[in-house]
Design a binder for this molecule. Sequence first.
Ligand SMILES: CC(C)(COP(=O)(O)OP(=O)(O)OC[C@H]1O[C@@H](n2cnc3c(N)ncnc32)[C@H](O)[C@@H]1OP(=O)(O)O)[C@@H](O)C(=O)NCCC(=O)NCCS
Length: 175
Amino acid sequence: MYKILTQVNDKLIYEMIELDKLVFQGEDIGSFEKCKEWLSVNADIYTVLLYNNRVIGYINFIPIDDDIYKLFKMGRIADFQITKNDILRFEKGKTFNCLFTSIVIHPEFQTGFPLIKLWLGFIKHIKKFQIHINNVIMDCVTDIGKRCAKNYLKAKKIRKSKHGEIYEGRIIDLV
Ligand SMILES: CC(C)(COP(=O)(O)OP(=O)(O)OC[C@H]1O[C@@H](n2cnc3c(N)ncnc32)[C@H](O)[C@@H]1OP(=O)(O)O)[C@@H](O)C(=O)NCCC(=O)NCCS
């Protein structure tokens, strides 16, 4: 049975990191301390998909300040270098530029329904805040990540990054 969660505890963070290890390498694997640091500023940056109470996917989406957004767009910093000072809280009526750090579905659950379920859960979660999302940026480190950026965000390639390509777009479902 599928379930969406939008608040995470330590156990869920560890399970998300285990998922990262299945699909990413090196610096692209999340760190527990970093997740906790980000969550200390904004507790609403994760949407998690469970299947029978096990984490099988998640989205990490962070509103960041404009200076850091520009640096990210220039390829001068990477996801894991974002600190709590760069992160904003969702506040009703405000407009945000955001960073997609990760979108992951467990390999056994890829291709089909789980991604759509996770995506719709994420959209519902963000809509609750009654905010405006301006531009969204993402360092795509896999080919499927690039396809998702193009299809879901109508994103355009900005430049190459250390491990992939930086894409910028907008979330059509939220415009
Ligand atoms: C990226 C990831 C979450 C995608 O999940 P998935 O289950 O493999 O994706 P699916 O096969 O269901 O869908 C992929 C395709 O359908 C598109 N798609 C599916 N539902 C869609 C929708 N509702 N609207 C628009 N596009 C949609 C996707 O963009 C993609 O495009 P394609 O048709 O050109 O292939 C998953 O492959 C994964 O975890 N990969 C490893 C981690 C990773 O690479 N993350 C991205 C890092 S940048």
